[in-house]
Design a protein around this ligand. Structure first.
Ligand SMILES: [Zn+2]
Length: 359
């Protein structure tokens, strides 16, 4: 079996060496981690096929909000001379979908402009097979790639989409890699975000003088954006904390059930009303499985469908379920989970519910 720690060290090593030319490698790795978490294979030593269009969708989702102007500036995500294919494709879709500078979700935008969405995915897929994917696995000082994550011999600057399609249009994560990446998600994701913020600061001179919240812009921690769900949630579920039932004031927080730091899912299925006390105490902790069970209950999910229509805000139910399954099945038994204000309990792997079951 792949040792997750060794794999994690190697992943960080490929990123640490020298100065990164662009944020695309970080995006590709984040997308691979997310995909592994949400598609955890049955056996810990199994390989995992990652369709390149799906990877392209995740990369698009990462840049989707990032390409909006920040404090009046277009943020550079690369050093002069590097390609901008991924950013250009993302901006083109925003334009056709008339997203402007709003926080319109990628799901809605792709529904509004399906042809432009398909084109964006194709452009990003092409960019990925030419640059980040074939270059990702080069270790410091090495003259050639060490394909420890996936075979990249059929990828490269001169390949075409059709030749990659003929090869299955996917990369295959080596046996054990997907499970190791899923287990490491809680460590790697925040590390990659920090590197990303560092890179963007380095690539944009205006960010050096003052210290605006560029991390918030890049990774969607703009809490104000979530405020829209508060009213409809209170009408539907009552003005109570999801965790402790306390009566809520007008400006209570909206909490991500599966921590934002682990999986950046803003779909309604992952959002609940919380009191300040529970929200602060829970922070980035993994919730007890029974809480996830409640968040994914049939009654809650069907009520969320109505709110989703009303707000034009997707529930992302399937994604939340897949992420929850990946997270909990990848945890060693007995790790502490947050079960309520100042309470924790050991992860109980015998807990069984429809969402954790083997598929
Ligand atoms: Zn509470």
């Amino acid at each position: 079996m792949t040792d997750p720690l060794l794999l994690g060290q190697r992943v960080l090593a490929i990123l640490e060496h020298g100065q990164r030319d662009a944020t695309y490698k970080l995006a590709t790795l984040m997308a691979l981690i997310e995909h592994s978490l949400e598609n955890l294979p049955a056996g810990p030593d199994d390989p995992l096929t990652v369709p390149i269009p799906e990877l392209a969708h995740r990369v698009l989702a990462l840049y989707w909000h990032q390409v909006r102007p920040f404090e009046g500036h277009e943020l550079a995500q690369r050093r002069t001379g590097s390609r901008t294919r991924i950013i250009d494709a993302t901006k083109a879709l925003r334009e056709v979908a008339r997203a402007g500078n709003s926080r319109l979700s990628l799901e809605l935008a792709s529904g509004r402009a399906p042809a432009a969405y398909t084109e964006a995915i194709e452009r990003i897929a092409l960019a990925l097979i030419k640059q980040p994917l074939p270059r990702l696995q080069k270790l410091p000082g090495a003259s050639r790639n060490d394909p420890f994550l996936y075979d990249d011999s059929f990828l490269g600057e001169n390949v075409s989409r059709s030749s990659v399609r003929a090869h299955g249009d996917a990369i295959v994560l080596r046996p054990g890699v997907a499970t190791a990446l899923a287990r490491l998600a809680g460590l790697l994701k925040p590390a990659l975000e920090m590197m990303w913020v560092e890179d963007v600061r380095r690539m944009n001179k205006f960010l050096e003088s003052d210290v605006p919240d560029v991390a918030g812009h890049l990774f969607g921690r703009e809490r104000t954006a979530l405020a829209a769900v508060r009213g409809p949630y209170k009408e539907t579920f009552g003005p109570h904390c999801f965790y402790c039932s306390a009566h809520l004031p007008a400006d209570n927080p909206i909490d991500h059930v599966l921590p934002w730091s682990l999986v950046g899912i803003d779909g309604l299925a992952n959002l609940v009303l919380a009191c300040r006390r529970c929200n602060g105490d829970k922070s980035n902790a993994l919730p007890a499985m029974a809480l996830v069970d409640r968040a994914l209950s049939d009654t809650r999910l069907s009520a969320l469908d109505d709110i989703a229509t009303q707000l034009q805000w997707p529930t992302q139910r399937e994604r939340v379920v897949a992420a929850a399954r990946g997270i909990y099945r990848g945890q060693p038994p007995g790790v502490p989970t947050w079960s309520g204000y100042k309470h924790s309990e050991r992860l109980d792997i015998t807990f069984s519910s429809w969402w954790i079951a083997q598929i």
